[in-house]
Design a protein around this ligand. Structure first.
Ligand SMILES: CC(C)(COP(=O)(O)OP(=O)(O)OC[C@H]1O[C@@H](n2cnc3c(N)ncnc32)[C@H](O)[C@@H]1OP(=O)(O)O)[C@@H](O)C(=O)NCCC(=O)NCCS
Length: 193
């Protein structure tokens, strides 16, 4: 049962990325969202620990990339492999031209708002500033719409200018909840199958 869910999850990502690859090949070639199997997880951990700040990838868990934090990251992705078939969250790795360069997650944060899925994204530092998040956010939006969501949301801090700029460019309405936190919402109605 679990394997079947993983297969379905992979198929949807492959379908979505194929569509966007065609349209955006000139901009950023070969961008895909792929299932985090053990081989991909090894690559993802290697990229995270060498090319991203720990708190950009995991919640604050002490100083640096400790063994505990790496184990937390592995468990986070393993526990979400069955996607929405097995819970309220799924993750995928971002692959560009065959290399893993970051990860995304989609989370149904509230049973009261089942039409809304919250997204998260991190890219390796060496891949930032090239507009890659625009392609990835399109893929996430397609994935969210394909599984029935009508709103894609995100939360970040008011000081995270790159994230706010990337979300705004992806069509998000940005709301400053207070001095420290920002809520973003992208309407998906025109992307639903
Ligand atoms: C947020 C993030 C996904 C944006 O991805 P990206 O592909 O680099 O985004 P873009 O290339 O479209 O750049 C977005 C904006 O940030 C700016 N930017 C990108 N990298 C930057 C850097 N290292 N320093 C300063 N500004 C930077 C860009 O100039 C752009 O601003 P503009 O729209 O005014 O030109 C990426 O920076 C990241 O992974 N950050 C760490 C994790 C994180 O904060 N995730 C978001 C949580 S919601």
């Amino acid at each position: 049962m679990a394997l079947r869910a993983v297969d379905d999850h992979a198929a949807v990502f492959a379908e979505a990325s194929g569509r966007w690859n065609e349209q955006l090949m000139d901009q950023v070639s070969g961008v895909e969202l792929v299932v985090v199997d053990e081989a991909v997880l090894d690559e993802l951990v290697a990229v995270a620990t060498t090319d991203a700040a720990p708190d950009e990838v995991t919640p604050p868990l002490g100083e640096g990339w400790t063994p505990d934090r790496v184990e937390w990251l592995r468990a986070f992705h393993r526990l979400r492999r069955t996607g929405f078939a097995g819970g309220e969250e799924e993750t995928a790795a971002i692959r560009v031209g065959g290399r893993i360069v970051g990860a995304v997650r989609l989370h149904r944060s509230s049973p009261q708002t089942p039409d809304a899925l919250e997204s998260g994204i991190w890219l390796a530092a060496s891949w930032r500033g090239r507009g890659l998040s625009a392609v990835v956010l399109r893929l996430i939006a397609e994935r969210a719409a394909a599984i029935g969501a009508s709103r894609l949301t995100a939360r970040t801090t008011a000081t995270n200018a790159p994230a706010i700029a990337a979300l705004r460019r992806a069509g998000a309405i940005i709301r400053h909840d207070d001095d420290r936190s920002v809520y973003a919402e992208i309407l998906l109605d025109d992307r639903r199958p």
